[in-house]
Ligand binder design. Structure first.
Ligand SMILES: C[S@@+](CC[C@H](N)C(=O)[O-])C[C@H]1O[C@@H](n2cnc3c(N)ncnc32)[C@H](O)[C@@H]1O
Length: 241
């Protein structure tokens, strides 16, 4: 049987993007080296998610299965674990991966090569130069807690992503919070360590703040908590008839 489309990964779509070391967002993305990415699925996806943050990977995978569409932008894909395992509602999804870290784009791009994803090197804290209204779903899984600032300032990422979404489309994701959720003692200790290293910046992120930011931007939104993790989805108003 012939292949429905070329399975080779598409090249990174822009001139190499390098985040300056002095950028406050630098540490939140530079930790994902090739070695860290090889360990990520075991250490973070399987172990930390269940044991430390108490939001099992299958819970996040369920969120993907519910919201992902065949026209999808994934911000901060990491290893591409969820995109590799989720069920797209069609056979040949149009998939874009956005991340400032070229190792992430290479790793996830290779894993997902059967979908021929487009890789886009960029910082989501800055306006994103992708085509307006060209995606029906955008995911931000475990990205907000890596971004510097408090929940109010980092929520500007929604302002950068919303213009890329078609009317009726969805922005969804998950993030580890500090306030308004319950942490284990180990979780609190790790939160302090990761914030000290700049890998996480979520000491000022709380559930009420996240809800305010969603409510001020989306006509309809959902927000759920699993352990120390908030899972959210916000919809853009569908076109008026
Ligand atoms: C904790 S990993 C999450 C990986 C995967 N989405 C998951 O849910 O397991 C955070 C991801 O966000 C990316 N990231 C960090 N800072 C970013 C930024 N300023 N703009 C876009 N992506 C960023 C990292 O490079 C990494 O791919």
């Amino acid at each position: 049987m012939s292949e429905p489309y070329d399975r080779s990964p598409k090249p990174i779509s822009r001139e190499p993007f390098t985040m300056d070391r002095s950028d406050p967002a630098f540490a939140g993305q530079s930790v994902y080296t090739p070695g860290a990415l090889r360990a990520y699925d075991t250490v973070v996806v399987r172990l930390s998610n269940s044991l430390v943050w108490r939001c099992a990977a299958r819970r996040i995978l369920r969120q993907y299965n519910r919201h992902v569409t065949t026209s999808h932008l994934d911000v901060g894909p990491g290893t591409g674990y969820y995109l590799d395992r989720c069920r797209f509602p069609g056979t040949a999804p149009h998939l874009t991966l956005l991340d400032p870290n070229p190792d992430v784009l290479r790793f996830a791009g290779h894993r997902l090569r059967r979908y021929r994803p487009t890789s886009y090197a960029a910082d989501v804290l800055k306006p994103v130069g992708l085509e307006p209204a060209s995606y029906r779903s955008v995911a931000l899984s475990y990205v907000l807690h890596c971004l510097p600032g408090d929940i109010r300032s980092k929520a500007t990422v929604f302002d950068h992503l919303i213009p890329l979404v078609e009317p009726g489309g969805v922005v969804f994701g998950s993030t580890i919070l500090n306030g308004g959720v319950r942490h284990t003692r180990l979780g609190r200790a790790l939160l302090r360590v990761y914030n000290g290293k700049g890998i996480f910046s979520n000491l000022h992120d709380d559930l009420d703040g996240l809800e305010e930011e969603l409510a001020s931007r989306f006509g309809r939104y959902e927000l759920e908590v699993s352990g120390a993790v908030a899972l959210f989805a916000g919809w853009l108003e569908p076109p008026t008839q």
